[in-house]
Design a protein around this ligand. Structure first.
Ligand SMILES: C[S@@+](CC[C@H](N)C(=O)[O-])C[C@H]1O[C@@H](n2cnc3c(N)ncnc32)[C@H](O)[C@@H]1O
Length: 202
């Protein structure tokens, strides 16, 4: 794939993502619903609302809405939401232009679904991310999804350097209840992501 060149910008800003969605350069986007998400909601149907932070083109939002769940996908890039509009079709009300760190998403949520969101955030925001997820989940609520591990290359995607790093972010407020290899990934994540579920301590 040819990598276009973009003006320098901060991945913590909407502009960074805006430029990439407008250029249709989205190598993180599988354009499909991953099997581990389907399996997870079939086995553990969330009993309350689901938040999808950084929902991008919205395939997972559509799937969850169609499956009958109370889901909200948020993204701070309008271009991402423009890409999501035709994907979610009749479920447009399940998308919102919002910053994950801004007030207004307090929930409480039964499930926060993670897919290529943490690894899109510069590491300086990770502690804040962990606090925010813990703060908006109901007690007993779940953080579930894909976590990207790697060697510390320049991001995004910013890899977790090991399980200890993720434990350090989450273990204070959560207990890990699942940890599985991921069979199918887009090339940028291949063999380097795991499906994990973390339960918010009550
Ligand atoms: C790597 S993309 C992943 C998109 C989607 N989850 C996927 O797997 O295709 C990261 C997304 O998070 C969004 N994002 C980054 N920081 C955000 C924030 N603070 N609030 C809301 N969205 C954010 C970006 O605009 C982008 O759409």
């Amino acid at each position: 794939m040819t990598v276009p060149s973009f003006p320098r910008s901060d991945p913590a800003s909407p502009e960074f993502w805006e430029m990439r969605y407008r250029a249709a350069f989205t190598p993180w986007d599988a354009g499909a619903v991953p099997a581990p998400l389907r399996d997870f909601v079939a086995a553990h149907p969330p009993a309350g609302p689901i938040l999808v932070p950084g929902c991008g083109s919205g395939h997972d939002v559509r799937f969850l809405a169609e499956a009958g769940f109370d889901v909200l996908g948020i993204d701070f890039s309008r271009a991402a939401l423009d890409a999501a509009a035709p994907v979610v079709g009749p479920f447009a009300a399940r998308l919102r232009h919002a910053d994950f760190f801004a007030p207004g998403l307090e929930g409480p949520w039964a499930l926060v679904y993670e897919r290529a969101f943490l690894c899109s955030l510069p590491r300086r925001r990770w502690v804040e991310w962990a606090r925010r997820v813990a703060g908006i989940l109901a007690p007993g609520g779940l953080l579930a999804g894909f976590f990207f591990f790697g060697d510390g290359e320049r991001g995004p995607p910013y890899p977790l350097l090991g399980q200890e790093e993720l434990d350090g972010l989450l273990a204070g407020a959560f207990e890990r209840t699942a940890d599985l290899p991921v069979e199918e990934s887009v090339p940028v994540f291949a063999q380097r992501e795991r499906w994990q579920v973390w339960a918010r301590r009550t």
